[in-house]
Design a protein around this ligand. Structure first.
Ligand code: PLP
Length: 406
């Protein structure tokens, strides 16, 4: 499928404006992506034609709203290659998905002296829930190291899987480094020892096709807002047999079958994990985002972004005093860097004056910063709507930073 970048940009109303009097150069999609018109339209349409609470009403509006909501579940199922729509749990985002697994599945199997294995490149939301769990259970958090390029040290990961390991959790793609992990291989290593695997797919799904059955993992988590959908919605995919065996997470309406003061019984999956009224329009918007991406063709997106990443990598490497942090052989569209003698926040502020939005800071990955001996980095992250001219603007902006700090 060919990729028409100008047509794609026209789908995103945000690019119709200027910021700081300059055309908007948006290089922070790893934090949150912009939204195409079909996503906004789908939510507008739901609210203006079919909105009502779901799974409850016997009237037509509620039926329509429920149908739109459940149609999104089926879209997500197809999008990630899940076997069954019952395996798709709607949550608030990746963070909540990981907390759900930590508080239910992992809580029930991790005890005193056990271990949970993560990697050194994780986002805080794939560190802290496991840390809390380990503290509560008297278990130990083990961390597989990364090398100087930001690639996972596979042999060390393998060595850290022992009979004490009760769960492994790692990112598909690192938000701070862009490293793409060999998920299938890692899952095989873990499963060989009977260790279930959760994959944090927050930074993977916007950039590449994902098939959870092919990856072989047990849980996969991602957020709608990084996938060009609305914020406040995310997905936990889990194997049906796990979800069925897991105790509930949050409790209240919808997740129950019967309630009495003596005892309550639980609804079927996935509803058992969807207590309370969900973000109905958000889920519908996520479905539209998936339709949009599928319409472009994820393989075409991946190919386009790879060329753009190569272009950007070469352009940044040519800047004197710029150190790229995260140079693993397999990378997605993230460029983290430090500029000699200039604090990342100053870089970000000067770039902002040029209309260029980048992220500066530790990117919720403080252990990564510590591993590379920097307090923070500048992060330019690319998405399907970026073009070479955005990279050129970044390079010019960095020249401007140099002039200011000469
Ligand atoms: N995991 C990774 C790799 C991320 O990049 C992020 C967000 O930046 C998260 C988890 C958390 O996602 P959310 O804030 O949408 O829950």
């Amino acid at each position: 499928m060919s990729f028409d970048i100008e047509a794609v940009r026209n789908d995103f109303p945000i690019f119709e404006q200027t910021t700081r009097g300059k055309p908007l150069v948006f290089l922070d999609s790893a934090a949150s992506a912009q939204k195409p018109r079909p996503v906004l339209d789908a939510m507008w349409e739901l609210y203006t034609t079919s909105y009502a609470n779901i799974h409850r009403g016997v009237y037509e509006l509620s039926e329509r709203s429920t149908a739109a909501f459940e149609a999104s579940r089926e879209k997500v199922r197809r999008f990630i290659g899940a076997a069954d729509a019952r395996e798709i749990v709607f949550v608030r985002g990746t963070t909540e998905a990981i907390n759900l697994v930590a508080a239910t599945f992992a809580r029930a199997r991790v005890g005193s002296g056990d271990e949970v294995l993560i990697t050194h490149m994780e986002h805080h939301s794939n560190i802290v829930p496991w840390q809390l769990l380990c503290d509560q259970a008297g278990a130990r958090l083990r961390v597989a190291p990364i090398d100087d390029r930001g690639a996972l040290q596979m042999d060390e990961f393998e060595k850290l899987i022992t009979p004490r390991t009760k769960l492994a959790a790692f990112a598909h793609v690192s938000n701070a480094l862009g490293t793409v992990n060999p998920v299938r291989e890692l899952v095989e290593l873990a499963h060989r020892e009977g260790v279930p695997v959760l994959v944090d797919g927050a930074q993977a799904v916007p950039h590449q096709a994902v098939d959870v059955q092919e990856l072989g993992c047990d849980f996969y988590a991602f957020s709608s807002h990084k996938l060009f959908g609305p914020s406040g919605v995310g997905v936990l995919w889990g194997r049906a047999e796990h979800l069925e065996a897991m105790p509930p997470y949050q409790s209240g309406g919808e997740m129950v079958l019967t309630v009495s003061f003596e005892k309550s019984t639980w609804n079927d999956i996935p509803h058992k994990f969807e207590a309370g009224t969900p973000d109905i329009a958000g889920v519908v918007g996520l479905g539209a985002a998936i339709d949009y991406l599928t319409g472009l063709g994820l393989d075409a997106v991946t190919t386009y972004e790879r060329t753009l990443l190569d272009y950007a990598t070469h352009a940044l490497e040519a800047i004197p005093g710029l150190r790229l942090i995260g140079t693993a052989p397999h990378k997605a569209a993230v460029l983290s860097f430090a500029l000699d003698g200039v604090h990342p926040h100053d870089v970000g502020t000067i770039l902002d004056r040029e209309g260029i939005a980048v992220r500066t800071g530790h990117h919720c990955a403080q252990p990564v910063m510590e591993r590379f001996g920097v307090p923070a980095t500048v992060r330019a992250s690319l998405a399907l709507y970026n073009r070479e001219s955005d990279v050129d603007a970044l390079v010019s902006g960095l020249q401007r930073v140099r002039e200011v700090f000469r």
